[in-house]
Design a protein around this ligand. Structure first.
Ligand SMILES: NC(=O)c1ccc[n+]([C@@H]2O[C@H](COP(=O)([O-])OP(=O)(O)OC[C@H]3O[C@@H](n4cnc5c(N)ncnc54)[C@H](O)[C@@H]3O)[C@@H](O)[C@H]2O)c1
Length: 354
């Protein structure tokens, strides 16, 4: 089987490449990347040493696909993956759309040409922000918890936000490029008869993630704690009660491997995330860091930022029902892996942020 991974030198793309190369005997992997992301270059050699062919290609340029060979599967792991993308004054809105949506369009044309299966790494950020921001929560210990007493909106239960939650805008420009990519991928798959799987990923976390809070809060927080960078609890009164769940990319890779082996019809969109068992608040994350490396001050900035939500944990019941999939790598193991990486790589955030 031949697999093409876009964004192959990014955090998730490189993890998927390494996992699939060793898990799928005889598979050939071609990775493409334009190395726009500081840090991507650091993965190139290690992937090549594992027998993964890495080529420079920019998804925005249709002509960059002309020399690529036919493949059986495409995994789209290239994007500018920040909820603040295009609105933070650091990135152009047009470029965000070009990388995230036009890039997917060019990949779909390539899939159509070769009748290759297509797996899109989408995001929890396709879910509507106003109802997420208004979720009823109360503080329990050092974390927000859902408060179901007065009822919860459609698509939210004690296990989190399900695929039936609203995707009504506003969902952020990043979320909009992903939602539009989902629709395009499903249309191409239906019209040109190739399989499409859409994985709406929660926060992915593990060793080697690059240095931005918006693109991997768990890794960022641990590296920043260890290296003495200033840290702040943003929004929600500045207490750090906001909660997210963490998923290790190898757990995602297990699902992707299953999806590539399946040719039947099945619901095409699933949430893929760590779930409530792997959820933690920022304040609890600080306690984890303090236990490992000693305490340190964290600033408090009470004002809410654009797109802030207090509690975002994905319900993965559908993935469990359809694929018998659930995350297996626990939160503590994920944090331990990141901590080891932070200890072995001082200055990581400086090397992998713009
Ligand atoms: N990191 C997370 O927590 C998370 C959560 C949900 C979904 N996702 C999705 O997973 C995918 C991978 O995210 P990540 O965290 O690995 O990001 P990343 O920034 O680490 O990697 C993205 C890679 O894509 C490359 N890239 C960007 N634009 C490109 C282009 N036009 N042409 C070719 N290469 C390009 C970058 O150079 C980089 O190597 C993204 O699609 C993202 O939306 C990530």
């Amino acid at each position: 089987m031949k697999i093409l991974i876009s964004g192959a030198c990014g955090f998730v793309g490189s993890s998927l490449g390494r996992y699939l190369r060793s898990a799928l005997a005889g598979c050939e992997i071609i990775g493409i990347d334009n190395f726009v992301r500081p840090g991507s270059e650091l993965n190139r050699r290690a992937l090549q040493e594992r027998g993964i062919s890495i080529r420079h290609a920019d998804l925005r340029l249709a002509s960059d696909f002309e020399m690529l060979p036919a493949v059986d599967w495409i995994i789209d792991a290239a994007a500018h993956p920040s909820v603040l993308g295009g609105v933070d004054g650091q990135t152009s809105t047009r470029q965000l759309v070009e990388h995230n949506l036009i890039g997917t369009l060019n990949l779909l044309e390539y899939a159509k040409l070769h009748r290759a299966g297509f797996i899109l790494l989408s995001t929890s950020r396709v879910y509507s922000i106003p109802p997420l921001a208004a979720l009823p929560v109360r503080v329990m210990g050092d974390a927000f918890q859902l408060d179901a007493v007065g009822g919860l909106p459609t698509g939210v239960g004690e296990h989190g936000v399900s695929e039936s939650f609203s995707t009504q805008p506003p969902i952020s420009l990043y979320g909009a490029t992903k939602l539009a990519s989902e629709a395009l991928a499903l249309e191409y798959g239906a019209a040109f008869d190739f399989p499409v799987w859409i994985n709406r990923c929660g926060v992915l976390a593990g060793a080697g993630q690059f240095g931005h809070a918006e693109q991997g809060i768990f890794s960022y927080w641990l590296h920043a704690w260890k290296s003495g960078r200033s840290l702040a609890y943003l929004g929600f009164g500045g207490h750090g009660h906001q909660v997210r769940d963490a998923l290790h990319p190898h757990d995602l890779a297990r699902l992707v491997a299953q999806q590539m082996a399946f040719r039947g019809q099945r619901e095409r969109i699933v949430n893929v995330a760590g779930g409530t068992a792997n959820s933690i608040s920022l304040r609890q994350l600080s306690a984890w860091c303090a236990a490992r490396w000693g305490d340190r001050p964290v600033e408090s900035w009470p004002e809410l930022r654009l797109f802030d939500v207090p509690w975002l944990v994905l319900d993965t019941a559908r993935a469990e029902a359809l694929w018998s999939w659930r995350s297996e790598i626990g939160l503590d193991a994920i944090l331990h892996e990141i901590a080891l990486h932070a200890e072995a790589n001082p200055g990581w955030l400086d090397r992998t942020s713009a």
